[in-house]
Design a protein around this ligand. Structure first.
Ligand SMILES: O=C(O)CCC(=O)C(=O)O
Length: 277
């Protein structure tokens, strides 16, 4: 018996490669998290900014709480079983009336895992729609293998390498419209992207990329996993990530620094250029 997702949603995830929307927290709670986020952006600009956007759940307790949110984790358990670790997280912010976009890509391409079969929840902290630049999924594209990606490093492309799949069947494109506090869940191999934000408000999405069972191994580089639920992974080289007890907990801020160095080695392996995110 699934804990959060319906049988239909689980089927949709397997058939189409995504589910949306699923309510995680109320709009008011989402607004409160957005306010906290904007406060720490103002207070700790070196720790959180457009380039320092990965693994913020290690520096800020309110984002750690979201990564461990029971509805999100129960939904993950419905898809991958009871033993769960988080690979990393990314805060995707598109500023109002900005040119930033995300090209067509498959997440699993550069994650260095020995499987492409794992889910990513993306939690909207502000309205995510066609005006603000929501994510678009190519329905069913996760059934094919990883496609060839071309690294462009394009200035406004907010993916690490600006990687793009040149030929995509857009007739299968579905826009994921989310209200603040709702999430979508997408498969590691689904082709997806997003357009610029043409609105006068920020579009903020917290991507918990990805929740992974211990049967899937890191085969490129060393990732420092965040233990979430069930049996702990055994491939952490004895490194235990702590949970921040408060914002900017020095213990986990230092752990984030190490995790970021490792992540960068994984994501940019073989790349000609290395960006700061
Ligand atoms: O936030 C976006 O527009 C894209 C995010 C994304 O590609 C992802 O979470 O996998």
């Amino acid at each position: 018996m699934p804990k959060v997702l319906t049988k239909e949603q689980i089927e949709q995830y397997h058939d189409e490669g995504f589910i949306a929307p699923v309510r995680v927290i109320s709009e008011n709670e989402a607004l409160s998290i957005k306010n906290q986020l904007e406060q720490v952006e103002a207070d700790f600009p070196d720790e959180i900014n457009a380039q320092s956007r990965n693994n913020l759940h290690l520096s800020f307790a309110f984002l750690d709480a979201l990564a461990h949110n029971t509805i999100i984790v129960d939904a993950m358990e419905d898809l991958i079983g009871p033993d769960i670790a988080l690979w990393a997280s990314v805060m995707f912010i598109k500023e109002p009336s900005s040119k930033q976009y995300v090209s067509w890509h498959q997440d699993a391409t550069y994650m260095g895992l020995d499987s492409i079969d794992f889910p990513t929840p993306w939690i909207a902290l502000s309205p995510s729609n066609r005006d603000t630049g929501c994510m678009t999924m190519i329905s069913g594209s996760h059934h094919s293998e990883i496609q060839i990606h071309k690294d462009t490093f394009a200035e406004n492309n907010i993916l690490t390498r600006g990687q793009v799949i040149p030929e995509v069947d857009k007739s299968k494109a579905i826009d994921l419209i989310l209200e603040p506090g709702e999430m979508s869940i997408h498969h590691g191999a689904i082709i997806h992207g997003s357009q610029p934000n043409n609105s006068d408000q920020r579009r903020i999405g917290f991507s918990l990329q990805s929740y992974v069972p211990p049967s899937i191994k890191q085969v490129v580089g060393k990732n420092i996993w965040t233990h979430i639920r069930g049996k702990k992974r055994q491939d952490n080289d004895g490194i235990e990530l702590d949970r921040p007890k408060y914002n900017m907990d020095p213990i986990t801020v230092e752990q984030r620094r190490v995790a970021e160095e490792n992540l960068s080695k994984i994501l940019y392996k073989g790349a000609k250029i290395k960006r700061k995110y």
